[in-house]
Design a protein around this ligand. Structure first.
Ligand code: MN
Length: 247
C-alpha cells in the first residue's frame, strides 16, 4: 500500500498538448500488470487540451471545479465535480476548465501494449472553446453603420485617419473642416452638435459625419474624456485644416 496525500501539485502540462495553464500529477502508472495510466490534471480557467484521441479511450472523473468537454461534431458541454466522461477509443475530443473557473479531473487511460496511447491534433481556438459555432455566432460580422452621400460629390485623393483624444470636460469649440470628416468613437463620450441641429451624445461605437464646411458648434468631451478615430477625406494636394471662426 502507498498513500500519497492530496497530490495537488503536478508538473506543467506539455504545451503541444495543452492551451493555457494546466498541471499533471501522475497517480498511477502502468506496471505490475495494470496497464492503466491515472493522472490528476488541473486546469486554470480557460486552460484546455488540444484536440486529441486515445487509442483505447479514456475516462474522466471531475474531482473539483467546472469544466468543458467536446467531442468532434458535438456541442461544448459543461462538466462539474463528480461528473464522469467516457471517451470512446479513437474519438476526437478535448477537455478543460471553464473560462472563469478552474477544474481538476482524474484522467484514466488504458495504455496499449505497443504504439502511442494517444494522438494530438489542432489546438482548440478561442471561438471553438466558447462554442461560438454551436450558438450560431458567425466568425465575421459586417454591419453598415453609416451610408453617407457627400455634398457636394468630390474627388477624394486620399483619406487620413487620425486618433483624436479630448481631455475630460474639454470642448473642441466652434470649428469648420475644409473637407468631409467621418468619425467613430472608441472610448468615452462627447456631446456633438452641428450648428442649428440637435445635439447628440456619442458613445463607444457611435459614428458621425461632419460635412465639408459645416459649422460644428460642439464636440465636447464628457467627464471621462473621449477618444475617437477621425477619417479626413482629402483632395489631391489638400491638407486637413481646421478653422475656429469667431461666433
Ligand atoms: Mn482526453
Amino acid at each position: 500500500m502507498q498513500i500519497t496525500h492530496a497530490p495537488v501539485g503536478g508538473a506543467a502540462a506539455p504545451p503541444e498538448w495543452f492551451t493555457g495553464d494546466a498541471w499533471i500529477a501522475p497517480l498511477a502508472e502502468p506496471g505490475g500488470g495494470a496497464p492503466t495510466q491515472i493522472d490528476s490534471v488541473r486546469f486554470a480557467p480557460g486552460g484546455r487540451t488540444v484536440w486529441h484521441r486515445h487509442r483505447l479511450g479514456q475516462v474522466l472523473v471531475v474531482t473539483q471545479g467546472t469544466g468543458r468537454v467536446q467531442r468532434r461534431g458535438g456541442p461544448v458541454e459543461t462538466i462539474q465535480t463528480g461528473d464522469v466522461v467516457r471517451i470512446a477509443p479513437g474519438e476526437w475530443h478535448w477537455h478543460g476548465a471553464a473560462p472563469d473557473r478552474p477544474m481538476t479531473h482524474l484522467a484514466i487511460e488504458p495504455i496499449p501494449a505497443e504504439g502511442d496511447p494517444a494522438e494530438a491534433g489542432e489546438p482548440v481556438g478561442d471561438g471553438e472553446y466558447r462554442g461560438d459555432a454551436a450558438r450560431g455566432v458567425p466568425p465575421i460580422t459586417r454591419t453598415v453603420l453609416l451610408d453617407q452621400v457627400l455634398a457636394p460629390p468630390r474627388g477624394t485623393h486620399r483619406v487620413e485617419v487620425r486618433r483624436i483624444t479630448i481631455a475630460p470636460g474639454r470642448e473642441a469649440g466652434l470649428h469648420v473642416h475644409n473637407g468631409p470628416v467621418f468619425g467613430s468613437i472608441e472610448t468615452g463620450s462627447a456631446v456633438y452638435q452641428i450648428e442649428g441641429e440637435a445635439a447628440a451624445v456619442l458613445g463607444p461605437g457611435d459614428v458621425f459625419y461632419e460635412p465639408e464646411g459645416a459649422r460644428v458648434a460642439r464636440f465636447d468631451a464628457e467627464e471621462e474624456g473621449v477618444t475617437f478615430l477621425g477619417y479626413f477625406l482629402l483632395g489631391a494636394g489638400q491638407t486637413a485644416e481646421i478653422e475656429f471662426p469667431a461666433r
